[in-house]
Design a protein around this ligand. Structure first.
Ligand SMILES: [Zn+2]
Length: 444
C-alpha cells in the first residue's frame, strides 16, 4: 500500500543499495532474486515483490549469512567492531543478532530528533536511568541486592536487577525512588509495566519522586492503565520509542503524540489488514535497516501492528517518512472476537480502560469463544467489578463469549522479560488477516 509520504533525499538510493547488495552479496537474501521484477521497475515495486523476513530466517542464517560477501564476522568480533547478542525466552524464537554498538547509538541519536524534548535534553552524554527487566538490559541479580555502583554503566544507571516485579519489596522500591533523587537523570527510560508498578507504590504512600526531563517508554506497549498510574506520580513529558534489537530505532513519538519514522536509519513497508479486520489504516510493518554495514535486515517482520495516520500530517511539522497515529501492539497480543474478527491490543486496552480500580490485567483467549481475564485489583466489590468487566468484554468480543474473571495478587512477566497484556492460547497466523493484494508469495 502506498501513501504520499515525503522522504529524505537519499531514502530511495539507500533503499536501492540495500536491496541490490542484499540480493547479490548477502547469502540469506540470494533466493529472493527470483522475485525481483528487475531494475527497470521503481524501487517500491521491487520491495513489494519481496517476501517478509522472519526471525526463523535469522536463526538459519546468522551471523555470516546476514553480512555482505567480503565482510568477515570473525574479524569484526576480534576487532571489537561488533558483538553477538542472543535473545532468549521460550515464549519467543531465540536468535543471535549481530550487535553493532556504533550503529545502534547513531540510530538512537537520529530518533531523538523526532521529539523536541528528546532533542533538547538528550546530548549523548546526559545521565539516564533505566527501569526495565535486567533480562532485557542491565544486570540480573535476583538473590542479592546490588549496590548502586554495581548497576552503573557509562552514563546509565539501571534501577532494577530483579527479573520479576511481583517480588519487589518496599525496600527495593524505596531504593529506586532514593536513587532517582541522587542520580537526577535527564531521561528516565522505562518499561511501562515496571514504571507503573513503582508509581502505584509511590502514589499509595504519597511519595515525592524526582522528575526527569523526559520519560521514554520502550520494551512494551504502554497501556492506558500504565499512563494513568504513571501520571499520578510524574508530571513530565513522555514519549514512546518503538524499535527492536534487530532493527534499531524505527519510530519515535513526537511531542504531539504521533509517531514519526526514523527514516535516516530505516525503510518501512506497510501491509494493511483486510478491511474487515481493521485495514486499510491498520497493518503490519516490515523494516529494512540503513547504514549498518554489519547486519542486513531487509523487510524484517517486527511482528507488530501499527495504525497509519489518516491525515498524513502532524501538527509538529515533521514530514519525513511514515506518520503513525498509534502503535497497535504485538501480533502475539492479538485476539479474535467470537465471530473471528481480529482485535489488537490497543482496541482491547481502549475497551478495558473504562474499568476503575484495576492495577494490572492480562486477557487470555483460551479458545474461539472462551476468554479469561486475569485482574489485579484492590476494589472490595469484586462481584460488581466482575460484572463490569464481563459487560465490557461482551461488547468487544460478542454476546456469546464465555468469560471468566480471575483475581490475582500480582502478575509476572513472561520469560522474555516482558509482560503479556493479551494473548490467544492458539496460533493466529497474521498473514491470513492481511490484505492479499499487498502480499508477495514469498520463499519456501
Ligand atoms: Zn509530530
Amino acid at each position: 500500500m502506498r501513501f504520499n509520504w515525503e522522504f529524505p533525499p537519499d531514502y530511495y538510493s539507500k533503499s536501492q543499495n540495500i536491496l541490490e547488495t542484499s540480493l547479490s552479496q548477502v547469502a540469506a537474501y540470494r533466493p529472493w532474486r527470483a522475485y525481483d521484477p528487475g531494475q527497470e521497475h521503481p524501487i517500491d515495486v521491487r520491495y513489494e515483490a519481496m517476501p517478509a523476513f522472519h526471525k526463523t530466517e535469522i536463526r538459519k542464517n546468522s551471523p555470516q549469512g546476514l553480512v555482505p560477501a567480503g565482510r568477515d564476522v570473525r574479524r569484526g568480533l576480534e576487532s571489537g567492531e561488533i558483538a553477538l547478542a542472543s535473545t532468549s525466552g521460550s515464549s519467543d524464537i531465540s536468535v543471535t543478532n549481530i550487535w553493532n554498538q556504533e550503529w545502534w547509538d547513531a540510530s538512537e541519536r537520529a530518533s531523538w530528533k523526532l521529539n523536541s524534548y528528546a532533542s533538547a535534553i538528550a546530548t549523548g552524554d546526559h545521565p539516564e536511568a533505566i527501569l526495565a527487566n535486567p533480562l532485557n538490559v542491565g544486570f540480573v541479580s535476583d538473590m542479592v541486592d546490588l549496590p548502586m555502583e554495581k548497576r552503573r554503566l557509562s552514563r546509565f544507571l539501571y534501577l532494577n536487577e530483579k527479573t520479576n516485579p511481583a517480588t519487589w519489596s518496599s525496600e527495593l522500591m524505596d531504593r529506586m525512588i532514593g536513587e532517582l533523587d541522587i542520580f537526577k537523570p535527564a531521561v528516565l527510560e522505562a518499561n511501562p509495566s515496571f514504571l507503573a508498578k513503582l508509581c502505584r507504590y509511590a502514589a499509595d504512600r504519597k511519595r515525592k519522586v524526582f522528575q526527569p526531563g523526559l520519560i521514554v517508554f520502550t520494551y512494551e506497549y504502554p497501556t492506558k492503565l500504565h499512563y494513568q498510574q504513571i501520571r499520578q506520580v510524574f508530571d513530565v513529558p513522555t514519549a514512546s520509542s518503538y524499535g527492536t534489537t534487530e532493527t534499531g530505532y524505527v519510530f519515535m513519538q513526537c511531542e504531539e503524540g504521533k509517531f514519526h519514522q526514523n527514516s535516516e536509519f530505516c525503510r518501512v513497508d506497510f501491509q494493511p489488514l483486510k478491511s474487515e479486520h481493521g485495514g486499510p489504516f491498520v497493518g503490519r510493518i516490515l523494516v529494512t535497516t540503513f547504514n549498518n554495514p554489519w547486519y542486513y535486515m531487509v523487510r524484517f517482520d517486527t511482528r507488530d501492528l501499527v495504525r497509519v495516520d489518516e491525515e498524513g500530517k502532524c501538527p509538529c511539522g515533521r514530514n519525513s517518512g511514515f506518520i503513525l497515529s498509534a502503535i497497535e501492539g504485538r501480533t502475539i497480543s492479538n485476539t479474535l472476537t467470537c465471530e473471528g474478527r481480529l482485535v489488537t491490543l490497543r482496541e482491547l486496552d481502549d475497551a478495558l480502560s473504562v474499568l476503575n480500580g484495576i492495577d494490572e490485567y492480562r486477557l487470555e483467549q483460551v479458545s474461539g469463544k472462551t476468554y479469561d481475564l486475569h485482574l489485579v485489583s484492590r476494589r472490595s466489590d469484586k462481584a460488581r467489578l466482575t460484572e463490569e468487566a464481563s459487560e465490557v468484554l461482551k461488547e468487544l468480543y460478542g454476546e456469546e463469549a464465555r468469560l471468566s474473571v480471575i483475581y490475582e495478587d500480582a502478575l509476572s512477566p513472561e520469560d522474555s522479560g516482558k509482560y503479556s497484556m493479551a494473548k490467544a492460547l492458539f496460533p493466529i497466523d497474521i498473514e491470513k488477516y492481511l490484505d492479499e493484494r499487498y502480499i508477495s508469495k514469498g520463499v519456501d
